[in-house]
Design a protein around this ligand. Structure first.
Ligand code: NAP
Ligand code: MG
Length: 477
């Protein structure tokens, strides 16, 4: 398998202006396996200028049918490369190979959706009071910066760049320092499938060194970001200077609410993966469980039994469900939360430690008796840790659910239709699933309330977010 190691600018592999390189460590073995180029500010300038040229000289004005055809060709090429993309992701961040394959296919599916959307996307005609003819146009913005994290590197790179490209923009994509490989593979595959030079650039490099140069570059018209709330705040602050458009998908502390009338056995069996999948490094992780008192004890037993069955280990094995954490430092951060929980009166129902041997593994950990004032209860841990608590009263439970500064995702289990509607309306989150744990549908908007973000990824809503809306009025007399 060839591993991409350079910047992708203007349709070609480039060395960075400085010779800087960063070592990548396989989180399953703790071994260094490759060195990847790290961009600096002059590379940002070159990439943005090349994207601007590609935009002005063709991509902006390409007939929608032609743009659609190119994006379908990209999608097809991504499908042909699913295995390679999945293997790169597993090697790079320790994602279980079965999940990595699913996410590679999801990325291809995202390109298919937006390739189709290109020719079905447009404005409105509006009957205005003056008479005459009024219509809106959706116009591309220019060059868009997409800054993505390390937890779902490939699908997020696709669901930022595909709608931006489909809407007629060019893209500079900055992957996280920990996970540059599949973003680079995306550019290589897309270019090979006919995406013109300069339309998609990929700059591996450190967020603190080049992230701000990208966000503040005068030719960047929009920044689409997924990552931590603190960096999201910084990006919004920087973008405010030029009133740049931003969309932010940030952290979460999502609830998983189980009523006694539900099929709670199924909820107990499936809920461990709603928080432990991707080793808990998931902004949608259902990390706070609210279980109605009459079934609480039985639910906890079933939840722990299901957790103990999870296969934790080598991410290259097809049966593995939980791999290592992405890095030693991410594991250390989670361990600080665990030591905080130990210092209080929280009970460790299972997990809490490392696996023996190499790799940044941490056991799936179930905490009981966590006080709502404790950090583990209200902060995003971003690791394999869940807090379970009983509730007696629906209204009181909802107050606690909504006390979180986050509002990204969540699940609700009940067989009472009226309750499902009532609670779904009351939970302050951008995404909610009833009797399911799914958060992401390519066709539907995804994003958060409150400190979980601004704007939406996916669906037609995301594509609208990569355009300016223009209103044109034509007098008829
Ligand atoms: P992060 O710092 O927010 O990183 C996300 C992306 O932003 C990366 O590409 C990063 O580049 C870049 N970046 C960092 N500082 C920047 C700046 N000043 N300007 C522009 N871009 C910048 O996230 P992290 O440090 O990797 O993770 C920390 C915590 O964030 C996690 O523990 C978790 O709580 C949260 N998080 C949330 C999500 C999510 O899906 N919502 C994803 C990842 C992390 P570098 O990688 O080079 O720093
Ligand atoms: Mg950071």
């Amino acid at each position: 398998m060839t591993v991409p190691t350079r910047l992708f600018v203007d349709g070609a592999w480039r060395e960075p202006a400085s010779a800087a390189r960063v070592s990548l460590i396989n989180p399953a073995t703790e071994e260094k396996f490759v060195e990847v180029a790290s961009a600096e500010v002059s590379d940002v300038n070159a990439a943005v200028e090349s994207a601007q040229r590609a935009w002005e000289s063709g991509w902006r004005d390409l007939a929608p049918g032609k743009r659609s055809e190119i994006l379908f060709n990209v999608a097809r090429a991504l499908r042909e490369n699913i295995e390679r993309i999945a293997e790169l992701e597993t090697l790079n961040i320790g994602k279980p190979i079965a999940d990595a394959r699913d996410e590679a296919a999801l990325g291809a599916r995202v390109f298919e959706f937006y390739a189709g959307a290109v020719t079905m996307f447009g404005g409105q005609t509006i009957p205005v009071a003056r008479g005459g003819f009024d219509f809106t146009m959706r116009q591309p913005m220019g060059v868009v910066a997409c800054i993505v994290p390390w937890n779902f590197p490939f699908p997020i790179a696709c669901w930022k760049s595909a709608p931006a490209l489909a809407a007629g923009n060019c893209v500079v994509l900055k992957p996280a320092s920990l996970s540059p490989l599949t973003a680079l593979a995306l550019a290589e595959v897309a270019h090979g499938a006919g995406l013109p030079s300069g339309v998609l650039q990929v700059l591996p490099g450190s967020g603190s060194a080049i992230g701000e140069a990208l966000v503040t570059h005068p030719l960047i018209r929009k920044v689409s970001f997924t990552g931590s709330t603190s960096v999201g705040q910084r990006i919004m602050e920087l973008a405010s200077r030029d009133i740049k458009r931003v969309s932010l998908e940030l952290g979460g502390k999502s609830p998983n609410i189980v009523f006694a009338d539900s099929d709670w056995h199924r909820a107990a069996e499936t809920s461990p993966m709603s928080v432990f999948a991707n080793t808990g490094q998931d902004c949608c992780a259902r990390s706070r469980m609210f279980v109605e008192r009459p079934v609480f004890d039985r639910f906890v037993d079933a939840f722990i039994a299901a957790t103990k069955k999870l296969i934790v280990g080598d991410p290259a094995k097809p049966e593995t469900q939980i791999g290592p954490m992405v890095s030693a430092s991410q594991r250390a951060t989670v361990e600080e939360y665990l030591s905080d929980a130990r210092g209080r009166r929280s009970k460790f129902a299972c997990g809490g430690g490392r696996l023996s041997g190499k790799g940044y593994y941490l056991q799936p950990t179930v905490l009981l008796d966590v006080d709502t004032a404790d950090r583990c209860w209200h902060e995003e841990i971003f690791g394999p840790v869940v807090c379970l608590a009983p509730f007696d009263d629906e209204a009181q439970m909802l107050r606690e659910v909504n006390a979180s500064p986050y509002g990204l995702s969540g699940s609700l289990w009940t067989n009472d239709l009226r309750r499902a509607l009532r609670v779904a309306r009351a939970v302050e989150s951008g995404v909610l699933s009833v009797n399911s744990h799914s958060s992401v549908h390519v066709e539907a908007p995804f994003g958060g309330f409150k400190r979980s973000g601004l704007g939406r990824d996916l669906g037609m809503t995301a594509m609208e977010g990569y355009t300016e809306l223009k209103n044109v009025y034509i007098a008829e007399s």
